[in-house]
Design a protein around this ligand. Structure first.
Ligand code: PLP
Length: 401
């Protein structure tokens, strides 16, 4: 029997097209932990400004040690799904810590935030419900709603980015629905903007709606002690459901969670398909994430350092003539126009030893291609100054400043 050659040649043609369109993604291989600087194969020492390692916990000694100890204590993995072959005590400990951290009664962990989002919507909606989503929500939210619609026949809508009038109109038009659910990111990853959470909560109260917020880029980042968007706005405990990742500020390994009322998490155990049909988070990863939460609780000054680093970088990059999107998060997108310009800029920056990814259409709107800088608490002032010098040099070369 021979392989299906047509299948392979069609894929090869598609890849060629991506290269022609200059949107082909090339992987860069690293041979060191995620940190402010990484060892990149073929490049040597590179300053990284495109990691979600916001608090520098990926290689924090106590986080790594907790993972190693869990490997010794619990072994490599879970062996099956939780309700079939038992659930580890480390998962319960992690879930209690996550709930405490984000200000909810309970939480349920998943192998990724993608999985958490996907497993959530279809579990809690039914036919007759209306789900409305911000147009810039993360792909995992979009797909979770598509899946829920296919499974349950709920109805769905999209409101213009952070446009409260549009959201209000869509809620009002669906006042006869059995239930209304509003899905929003806490921080929008391509813009670095923060959801207008207090106003969304107010609208939800007026229209008897449920608010679900994906805080993946805000957990460990926003709020005085890193508890996220709700803490940032002083509304901790007022969001019905929060989802987030363990793959960014909380150690950066992998994993995600849904946090909310205990009855919701119990229902996820009963009905959420990734819980029922897929293995749980490896215990090593659960232990590292748990230690990450403890580090942030012990050392809230890391969150302050992150905020100060982001403020400094923004100020320096503006002084250098760039026009980043306005904001106060550690995500600093610099708009350069066409996709090819963003990719060229990212390549030139890498030649200068600074790793920043360029994003173009269709990830962001046509003509708004950007390089997206992400600042970490682990960056030193020297790191940030070095990055700004590289930006200035490349910006001049490409005629951007
Ligand atoms: C807002 C948001 N939600 C979910 C995810 C998915 O996270 P994970 O890597 O844990 O699946 C991401 C990752 O980029 C994200 O930015």
């Amino acid at each position: 029997m021979s392989l299906n050659r047509n299948f392979v040649s069609q894929l090869e043609q598609q890849i060629e097209q991506l290269k022609t369109d200059k949107v082909y993604k090339r992987l860069n291989f690293l041979d060191s932990p995620q940190s402010a600087r990484v060892k990149m194969e073929g490049r040597g020492d590179v300053l990284i400004l495109s990691s979600n390692n916001y608090l520098g916990l990926c290689d924090e000694p106590s986080v790594v040690k907790a993972g190693k100890q869990a490997l010794d204590r619990f072994g490599a993995g879970t062996g099956s799904v939780r309700f079939i072959c038992g659930t580890f005590t480390i998962h319960r400990e992690l879930e209690e810590a996550l709930a405490r951290f984000v200000g909810t009664d309970a939480s349920m962990s998943y192998v990724s935030a993608w999985n958490a989002n996907e497993g959530l919507t279809a579990t809690i909606v039914q036919e007759g419900d209306f789900v409305v989503s911000d147009e810039l929500n993360h792909a995992s939210i979009i797909d979770s709603i598509r899946l829920a619609k296919a499974i349950t026949k709920c109805t769905t809508g999209v409101y213009k980015h952070s446009d409260l009038d549009d959201l209000r109109a869509k809620l009002a038009a669906n006042s006869a629905a059995r239930r209304r659910l509003i899905w929003t990111d806490g921080v929008f990853s391509m813009e670095g903007s923060i959801a207008k959470l207090p106003e969304i909560l107010q609208l939800a109260r007026e229209h008897d709606a449920i608010v679900i917020m994906d805080d993946s880029h805000a957990t460990g980042v926003l709020g005085k002690t890193g508890r996220g968007t709700a803490e940032h706005f002083g509304v901790l405990g007022e969001v019905d459901v929060i989802t987030s990742t363990l793959g960014k500020a909380l150690g950066g390994a992998a994993g995600g969670f849904v946090a909310g009322p205990a009855a919701l998490c119990d229902m996820l155990t009963q009905r959420s398909r990734p819980q029922l049909f897929s293995n749980a988070l490896p215990p090593t990863v659960a232990a590292s994430a748990l230690e990450s939460v403890r580090v942030i609780e012990r050392e809230p000054q890391r969150v302050e350092r992150l905020r100060e680093n982001a403020r400094y970088f923004r100020e320096q990059i503006i002084e250098s003539g760039f026009k980043p999107l306005a904001g106060e998060t550690p995500i600093v997108p610099i708009i350069v126009g066409e996709t090819a310009a963003a990719i060229r800029m990212s390549d030139e920056l890498l030649s200068e030893g600074v790793f920043v990814t360029g994003f173009g259409f269709p990830v962001v709107p046509q003509g708004q291609a950007r390089v997206r800088c992400q600042i970490s608490a682990s960056h030193t002032r020297d790191d940030l100054d070095e990055a700004v010098r590289a930006f200035r040099k490349v910006g001049k070369k490409l005629g951007v400043v």
